[in-house]
Design a binder for this molecule. Structure first.
Ligand SMILES: Cc1cc2nc3c(=O)[nH]c(=O)nc-3n(C[C@H](O)[C@H](O)[C@H](O)COP(=O)(O)O)c2cc1C
Length: 399
């Protein structure tokens, strides 16, 4: 059996799947459901001292859209869009004390961990709430510097409003690192100009790892009514965003070598494998659990195990960072691979002309007898190959 165990922030995780800070972690009972369904950990819904962020959750709104932007009714497409607005934990942080401790005891009995997410309103309370979590026995805190809603919420100078500014982020991290002995994980916002710069800044301030990353703010329009869905701007994400997230996982892994928790766009085990190969050690899974239920966790974990076994990998460590290490350092280092030209198979070609429509280098043209090839113009870009439905295009090396 493949070894799914991973080390992250000095802790052993029995598998790389944990639940992100989200509605399915908003109470002791929900945290237990995460653990019961096999998660190696769960991040508690963000604890806060900001009243407006508690109120916001009591007015949460969710819309799940399909690829044409319509609200879905029941059937969850693979590339769903989750457009939603909710705040931090609806239970004020002080009332979490007993349950945090109980959740950690429950998790520990199941060889798992509870991580406390913090989203405070002042430098002092970032430290205060983190210390409270540590005193409850929680082995890791995550600082929520990524919440997208705070930019539209009065009185909430937290989340993205701090995470976009490397200096502010470092100040908060420094305060918390000085106040606690447990490791500090920092959740980044994708709305910063350069996430790797923010990661470098929080690393310098003492963060042990980063969560890459929270969600974007979007604006979804109902074109029949001319109104935005759920009233206006809201958080937006879904499996389709994973490529953007993976770019930053790759960049931070490659340039800083930091330990990374991947989040934003993980639907199933395939995505988890792509995140590990890009440089994430553990994966935080969120939206998909709100749509598919906690049982989805088991399928993800089994899927990862089956993939490792089918491919002859003995452990997660065998694939960790693999794709990032295989990536060319810069675009010009990839040019050598493009020394190819397209070859059209006249017999397989049905004259649909897709390849001709998509050739922008004047290498393919329409002819009476079929596709006319101007080999001297072909740069081997592979677009014709992608649009050919009949497998009629191959590539050959240039002479
Ligand atoms: C409804 C909802 C509520 C969320 N609440 C929080 C939160 O309280 N704290 C936090 O750090 N992230 C929060 N997030 C972000 C998720 O933890 C996660 O980072 C994000 O949804 C991307 O992961 P996913 O693609 O698996 O959903 C929330 C996301 C959603 C959709």
């Amino acid at each position: 059996m493949a070894d799914l165990g991973v080390e992250f922030c000095g802790l052993y995780f029995k598998n790389p799947i944990i639940v992100s800070s989200i509605e399915p972690t908003n109470s002791l009972e929900r945290l237990k459901s995460c653990i019961d369904n096999g998660a190696a950990g769960a991040v508690v819904k963000t604890l806060t001292d900001i009243p407006s962020m508690v109120t916001l959750t009591k007015h949460s709104k969710y819309a799940i859209l399909n690829e044409t932007g319509e609200i879905i009714k029941g059937k969850i497409p693979r590339n769903f869009v989750f457009y939603s607005r909710s705040g931090f934990s609806s239970t004020p942080y002080g009332e979490w004390e007993k349950d945090l401790g109980a959740a950690q005891v429950y998790a520990a009995k199941n060889n798992a961990h509870i991580i406390a997410s913090i989203g405070a309103g002042s430098p002092e309370t970032w430290a205060l709430i983190s210390k409270m979590a540590e005193d409850c026995g929680v082995p890791l805190v995550e600082l929520n510097l990524g919440c997208p809603h705070t930019s539209h919420m009065s009185g909430a100078k937290t989340g993205v409003r701090i995470g976009q500014v490397p200096e502010l982020a470092a100040e908060v991290v420094g305060r918390v690192v000085a106040a606690v002995k447990i490791p500090v994980l920092v959740k980044l916002t994708p709305e910063a100009a350069n996430l790797t710069d923010v990661a470098a800044s929080v690393k310098q301030a003492g963060a042990s790892a980063v969560t890459v990353n929270s969600r974007f703010t979007g604006f979804a329009v109902d074109i029949e009514t001319g109104k935005p869905l759920i009233g206006g701007p809201a958080g937006v994400g879904g499996p389709w965003i994973k490529y953007v997230t993976l770019r930053w996982v790759h960049d931070i892994y490659s340039r800083l070598g930091m330990a990374i928790a991947g989040s934003n766009g993980i639907f199933d085990w395939r995505d988890a494998i792509a995140f590990i190969m890009s440089g994430a050690r553990i994966m935080q899974v969120g939206s998909v659990l709100m749509l598919k239920g906690y049982e989805w966790l088991g399928q993800m974990i089994q899927g990862i195990e089956a993939f490792l076994e089918e491919h002859g990998y003995g452990s997660i460590g065998d694939i960790y960072g693999m794709a990032s290490r295989n990536a060319a350092g810069s675009y010009d280092q990839q040019f050598v691979e493009q020394s190819l030209h397209a070859v059209v198979d006249d017999e397989a070609c049905t004259r649909c002309w897709n390849c001709v429509h998509s050739c922008f280098y004047d290498a393919l043209g329409r002819g009476e007898e079929g596709v006319i090839q101007h080999l001297e113009n072909c740069i081997g870009c592979e677009l014709c190959f992608n649009v050919c439905p009949f497998d009629a295009i191959a590539f050959a090396p240039n002479a």
